[in-house]
Write a protein that binds this ligand. Structure first.
Ligand code: NDP
Length: 333
């Protein structure tokens, strides 16, 4: 970090096709000062999320990111100075810091975090990834012991936790991921019962073998063709937890959504429900207590993928969308 200056990564242009390094540039500005109700933060870790790319398309559960501004993104940061009630220097917080060394954020938009070792767990298992997996599986998917749970982007930050929680609940768990190495990791290290490599051939056929009794809960991180293949194999009264649609975020989204959906939903009495992790804020303490106890007892393994250097943040996002990461990807400043 340079003394007195704030390095920032700007989104210079919104991509119309695939995201590339040309859409970003590194810039320098003066370290900002906190105004009334605001906090000056030194960013420690920036969270890399598939959703970063989705925000470039337009408003979602948050406003769209705009060209020629600091790229938006969640981060873990340390309070340097504060003009906001409840924050003092040295506090660790989570908030939309953006891709930069220092940020000024309104206190009411920050969440004070406990001091946890390692601090990175605040972005992975005890952060949005862990909570999304927990609520999306248990509150939306509602798996019962003995049922079959399938999860896509299974080797990613959310998916790797979903599959492990489903195993803890006594389910038959199948992960869908890209590449033989990731599939091998899911079964040998994380305890998944089977894994399907969507890059190795049609998902529909591989799923038939991996989930011979059909699917009771499908945790959907990707949408598109994989969602189509899963819907076709859902059991009566199955639940689909719609968490995200990575296959539609980068480049030109596929021209068709999953086909054959309405008829199958009616005949099989399926429930398909979208959710945003914040919907379950009131149950956050219970979720964190469960996650902590599973991590503490070694039943839930935490996989992180940490890249160093603010200047590498654009490439880290481009790589995440291409499937480079295993577990929670973040950048350490
Ligand atoms: P991940 O860590 O899961 O990384 C993304 C992974 O997606 C890649 O590693 C890649 O793995 C896989 N992928 C990329 N393109 C495709 C494709 N075309 N088809 C299938 N898989 C693909 O990222 P995140 O944790 O950021 O995101 C996981 C999901 O969770 C996203 O859908 C995101 O939007 C969602 N999310 C939703 C929240 C909510 O509140 N609803 C909150 C947080 C995240 P591979 O090698 O297997 O292809």
């Amino acid at each position: 970090m340079t003394d007195g200056t704030n390095r920032q990564i700007l989104l210079v242009e919104k991509p119309t096709g695939k995201l590339g390094p040309e859409h970003f540039k590194v810039s320098e500005a003066a370290i900002p000062e906190a105004g009334d109700g605001e906090v000056l933060l030194r960013v420690r870790y920036i969270s890399l999320d598939a959703a970063n790319r989705a925000w470039m398309h337009g408003a979602t559960y948050r406003s769209a990111v705009e060209a020629n501004s600091v790229m938006a993104g969640g981060g873990i940061a340390e309070v340097i100075s504060s003009n906001a009630l409840g924050f003092t220097p040295g506090d660790i917080v989570f908030g939309d810091t953006g891709w930069q060394d220092y940020a000024v954020v309104r206190g009411k938009h920050l969440t004070k975090m406990p001091k946890v070792e390692p601090m990175t767990y605040l972005l992975s298992v005890y952060g949005i990834a862990g909570l999304t997996a927990y609520f999306g599986l248990l509150n939306v998917g509602r798996p019962k012991e003995g049922e079959t749970v399938v999860v896509s982007a299974a080797a990613g930050s959310v998916g790797s936790i979903v599959g492990q929680i489903a195993k803890l609940k006594g389910c038959h768990v199948v992960g869908i991921a890209g590449g033989a190495d990731k599939c091998q990791w899911l079964t040998s290290e994380l305890g998944f019962d089977a894994a399907v490599d969507y890059k190795a051939g049609p998902v529909f056929k591989q799923l038939k073998a991996a989930a011979p009794k059909g699917i009771d809960v499908y945790f959907d991180n990707v949408g598109g063709d994989i969602l189509e293949a899963c819907i076709a194999q859902m059991n009566l009264f199955g639940r689909i937890s719609c968490c995200g649609a990575i296959s539609q975020y980068d480049g030109t989204p596929s021209a068709h959504g999953p086909r054959g959906v309405p008829g199958t939903i009616v005949v099989k009495r399926l429930t398909m429900q979208g959710f945003i992790v914040m919907d379950y804020d009131e149950q956050r303490s219970q979720a964190l207590a469960d996650l902590q106890s599973w991590v503490g007892s070694g039943k839930l393994k935490v996989q992180e993928d940490i890249i160093s250097g603010l200047e590498n943040t654009p490439q880290a996002l481009i790589g995440l969308l291409a499937g480079e990461n295993r577990g929670k990807r973040m950048v350490k400043l």
